[in-house]
Write a protein that binds this ligand. Sequence first.
Ligand code: FBP
Length: 298
Amino acid sequence: MTILEEYLRAHVPADLSPVISAIAATSVTIRKALPLSTGMTRGMNPSGETQAEVDVYANEMFASSLLATGQVAEVASEEMADAMAGSGTLHVAMDPLDGSSNISTNNPLGSIFGIYSSKLPCCGEYLTGAAFVTYGPMLTLTFAAGGGVQTFVAIERGDRPEFNLLEGDLRIPEKPEVFGFGGLRKEWVEPVERFVASLESRGMKLRYGGTFVGDYNQVLRYGGIFGYPALKNKPRGKLRVLYEAAPMAYITRQAHGRASNGSRDILSLTPSSLAESTPVYMGTESLVREAEAMITGH
Ligand code: FBP
């Protein structure tokens, strides 16, 4: 069994490796804290969403462990208005706890990280690595650092779990099986309504639980498409470019899929603010290109 530390030493650049290691170690702490903090706070994040207790806790834990690596120049977060400064050269943008509104229903949760080589906000093409943690039946860490997509699983060994390779060089299946689209159907723009109806008519299975990470794991495994589309009342959709869409787009590209805002590659977007959002369509390349053709009309 390949363990994470071995893999990082052999395959990941020396500045990125401690960052991935810190994410893995801190995810174990977050996992343990989940049952103890299921409440909501009175606080609001910069996107105007009520913060769950665990949003605030996860933000503090990940920010301090990332800065403690000495490799990080700044940490920006969905839960903070401004980035925190550090002494390194890498720029990390994170969604410390994705889908936190699902904690009380015990649905899968996630944490998402984009590791950039340029000051934030910046274009997705400056990503040098990306990672996401899934808090589900298993605790898994999926990441890409230029050499394909790897998934490691936490296995209880002694007092601290060890991360072992679960799946190497993940490729999104070309034969699509599942789809999941967020937002209220009555709010979808017309081309999206038509596109989803065509997926249903092809007998594809609906998989939507309301956590980006949990839902996208299904697409990465079975092939298909995840979308949080442009809405009639929210033409920029809901998911944030820097913290959510671009890091998952980086992993999608490394897994030979495609990630789009409906007309162009999400990694080509340059957000003008830290919390800027974008419509998201990602997964099996052929399906995403089909969605783009319907949305752009050509
Ligand atoms: P946060 O919990 O990080 O704010 O994430 C947003 C999110 O919960 C995604 O995980 C999910 O895909 C989407 O919002 C669900 O939105 P909706 O409830 O509108 O379908």
